[in-house]
Design a protein around this ligand. Structure first.
Ligand code: FAD
Length: 432
């Protein structure tokens, strides 16, 4: 998303642009899977919200409104095996929420309103905004102090940790403050044909090379030389005036490491080298309709580590050859330990283990759930550790041609933030 967003800006400014993509399609971590028997064909469930401003501009520009599928942001929070519903956009649901006392709920609400009032200074996708609140305090400390321990454990943790996979103690308060500032009153969507539709549209006008993996970047005679391997394993070199390196941090660090310090600042290379990523393993099954509540995020609340982070039931149905809609999809995201153990394991083992663990969160998880699809991302979601937004904002400000970096590790792990880092990178080249 960051690379294609950069390509769009540069093409629009009249530059000749080449996109090198190692995979066989665009979209990166936002790329979906497609199974024609599922309707709607929303694949991996990449959510976006009405506060994704740049993405909405592109949707309008490309006339993709009809591809948006609105989702209910409804949760079932489990504490000690007891389910309680919480609808993100319902005040009544918060006031009825039984996992914690009225005092905690009022503190949570008052805090959410305070944050909402600061919304114009707390854009989740702008590192410059987040930098101002990124004073080294982690989200757990902030939430327990600004609200209460009860509100933190039963309201903040479930709404943050189940979606983003990291723990609140590991991340900056700024991320959670910005989430709270923006989420009230927003709508949630997924893309009918996957987020890659937007990536593909943004890259139009560029020369897109798929299966083209960049292996080296060097500077010679005021040109940037890219070495890349093609689908047949052949090695090629090509020279460019300027380059945007729009990959995950480990790849960017490796490619930028040998560049002179006046081209890419050593602090930027070091920043990229030290980014930590949370791996993600999404295991999905087909279940009979009615076996579980539909259209819900089932998530754990309360203290302790998470064996299962979330179970998501989505109103996506399998259409049988006879046109019947009997099955629904359910996604299981396991905790950190099980995810680490299962990465690169055979899929059979991943399905089996997720089926064993799912009842820890939802005791009635159907034993006859039918394995459907697995997505594994070893380099998943970059951690917004305390202090990271501050460093990212300062480093991004200093970037200049002929080589600039882009990617969600310079913002927050969302398609929107990735796009904005790409736009910023392109602008810093155009400004030069
Ligand atoms: C499990 C999971 C769930 C998520 N859910 C959401 C969500 O609901 N909503 C949301 O907004 N965001 C979500 N995200 C985050 C979103 O997917 C990312 O923030 C976004 O895709 C990052 O884009 P990027 O351009 O920074 O990096 P990437 O998507 O990683 O793109 C980098 C690209 O570089 C390519 N590449 C790598 N190495 C090379 C090389 N050597 N040569 C050439 N090409 C190379 C890769 O193939 C890839 O296409 C999720 C991420 C994960 C992992």
């Amino acid at each position: 998303m960051s690379g294609c967003a950069a390509a769009r800006e540069l093409v629009a400014a009249g530059r000749q642009v080449t996109v090198f993509e190692a995979a066989d399609g665009l979209g990166g971590r936002a790329r979906s899977w497609h199974r024609p028997e599922i309707e709607p064909d929303t694949g991996i469930n990449l959510w976006f919200t009405s506060f994704y401003k740049v993405l909405f501009e592109r949707i309008k520009e490309y006339g993709l409104e009809h591809d948006m599928v609105e989702m209910r942001n409804s949760m079932i929070i489990m504490v000690d095996g007891k389910p309680v519903n919480l609808a993100a956009d319902s005040l009544g649901s918060l006031l009825r929420y039984g996992h914690t006392g009225l005092r905690d709920r009022v503190k949570f609400l008052t805090n959410a309103l305070t944050m909402t009032r600061k919304r114009s200074h707390l854009d989740l996708f702008e590192p410059e905004h987040l930098a101002r609140y990124d004073d080294g305090t982690n989200a757990a400390q902030w939430a327990s102090t600004a609200m209460s321990e009860g509100a933190y454990q039963t309201l903040v943790r479930p709404t943050i940790e189940s979606f983003w996979l990291w723990r609140c103690e590991e991340i900056s308060q700024a991320h959670v403050m910005a989430m709270q500032a923006n989420v009230v009153g927003s709508k949630f969507y997924v893309f009918g044909r996957g987020m890659e539709t937007v990536a593909e549209r943004m890259a139009r006008g560029a020369d897109v090379r798929l299966n083209a993996s960049t292996t080296d970047v060097s500077v010679r005679d005021r040109e940037v030389v890219i070495t890349w391997t093609d689908a047949d394993g052949g090695t090629n070199t090509e020279a460019f005036d300027e380059v945007v390196l729009a990959t995950t941090a480990p790849v960017a660090a490796k490619l930028a490491a040998s560049l002179p310090s006046e081209v890419v600042a050593p602090e930027m290379v070091r920043f990229a080298e030290t980014q930590r990523y949370e791996p993600a393993l999404s295991v999905s099954y087909l279940i009979d309709r009615g076996q579980m509540p539909s259209g819900e995020h089932i998530v754990p609340g309360g203290p302790g580590t998470r064996t299962v982070r979330s179970i998501i039931t989505v109103p996506k149905t399998q259409i049988t050859p006879q046109g019947r809609r009997e099955k629904e999809l359910v996604f299981v995201y396991m905790g950190r330990q099980a995810t680490a153990e299962l990465l690169d394991e055979p899929q059979e083992r991943q399905y089996e283990r997720a089926l064993e663990l799912a009842p820890v969160l939802w005791p009635d998880f159907p034993r006859n759930a039918e394995p459907f699809h697995i997505v594994e991302r070893r380099v998943g979601l970059p951690w917004p550790e305390p202090g990271r937004f501050r460093r990212a904002a300062a480093l991004a400000r200093e970037q200049h041609g002929p080589v600039v970096l882009a990617g969600d590790f310079l913002g927050c792990p969302t398609a929107e933030a990735a796009m904005r880092t790409g736009i910023r990178a392109a602008k810093s080249l155009l400004a030069g």
